[in-house]
Design a protein around this ligand. Structure first.
Ligand SMILES: Nc1nc2c(ncn2[C@@H]2O[C@H](COP(=O)(O)OP(=O)(O)OP(=O)(O)O)[C@@H](O)[C@H]2O)c(=O)[nH]1
Ligand SMILES: [Mg+2]
Length: 191
């Protein structure tokens, strides 16, 4: 079945404070470790190649804003914890992301915390859950790349992740097969 596209366009990329933060239209923010598939997931949701993705980690380097259906923004964040970055670069990204999420006073609609279904829940993911919870930012966890799980491992691996996430909303997803797309769109786009 053909997947409906969303009306979506690239607006701008920022590296610090900017008028778009004060634009009151709600922001849907995609975060997660480097290479976990944040940019690909945005593309799979809107139905076109909008965000730049790459097989090499470290592709997204700023906060990229996309206007969706004229009424809200999708925000693609740089990945956290890319080991090949210098200490200074890691600090820069950590501060930029923390500022945007917790101190910029942007109008958060929901954050989409993307984890790798095959890798499972990492320390970084646990820390993100804690920080989002403490900041009262609504969020949903997305277990992406589920297409990489062998059928025999799928059930057990997803159970591990569910247990770790302890009752938090979880969407099982693949940007390749589009499994979970309808479910996630319902969560993100509901008024
Ligand atoms: N098998 C599989 N691969 C995926 C999926 N989603 C993304 N990928 C691949 O994962 C790699 C990273 O994708 P990106 O979308 O660039 O990841 P990112 O999280 O935006 O990465 P950074 O911007 O570097 O933080 C690419 O090679 C994608 O093709 C998925 O659902 N399944
Ligand atoms: Mg990216």
């Amino acid at each position: 079945m053909p997947q409906p596209q969303l009306d979506a366009m690239y607006v701008k990329s920022i590296n610090g404070t900017d008028d778009i933060i004060k634009d009151n239209r709600p922001k849907v923010t995609f975060l997660g470790r480097s290479n976990v598939g944040k940019s690909s997931l945005i593309n799979s949701l809107v139905g076109k190649q909008l965000a730049r993705s790459s097989s090499r980690p470290g592709k997204t380097v700023k906060l990229d804003f996309f206007l969706v259906e004229q009424r809200l923004f999708f925000v693609d964040l740089p990945g956290y914890g890319f080991a090949k970055r210098s200490h200074e670069a890691l600090e820069h990204y950590r501060k930029l992301i923390a500022w945007y999420l917790f101190r910029s006073e942007v109008n958060h609609k929901i954050a989409i915390l993307i984890i790798d279904a095959k890798v499972g829940v990492t320390d970084y993911d646990r820390e993100s859950v804690m920080l989002l919870t403490n900041a009262n930012i609504p969020f949903v966890v997305v277990a992406n790349k589920v297409d990489k799980l062998k059928m025999g491992d799928r059930h057990k691996q997803l159970e591990f992740i569910r247990e770790e996430m302890d009752g938090l909303p979880l969407v099982v997803y693949s940007s390749f097969t589009l499994e979970g797309r309808g479910e996630l769109l319902n969560i993100i786009m509901r008024k």
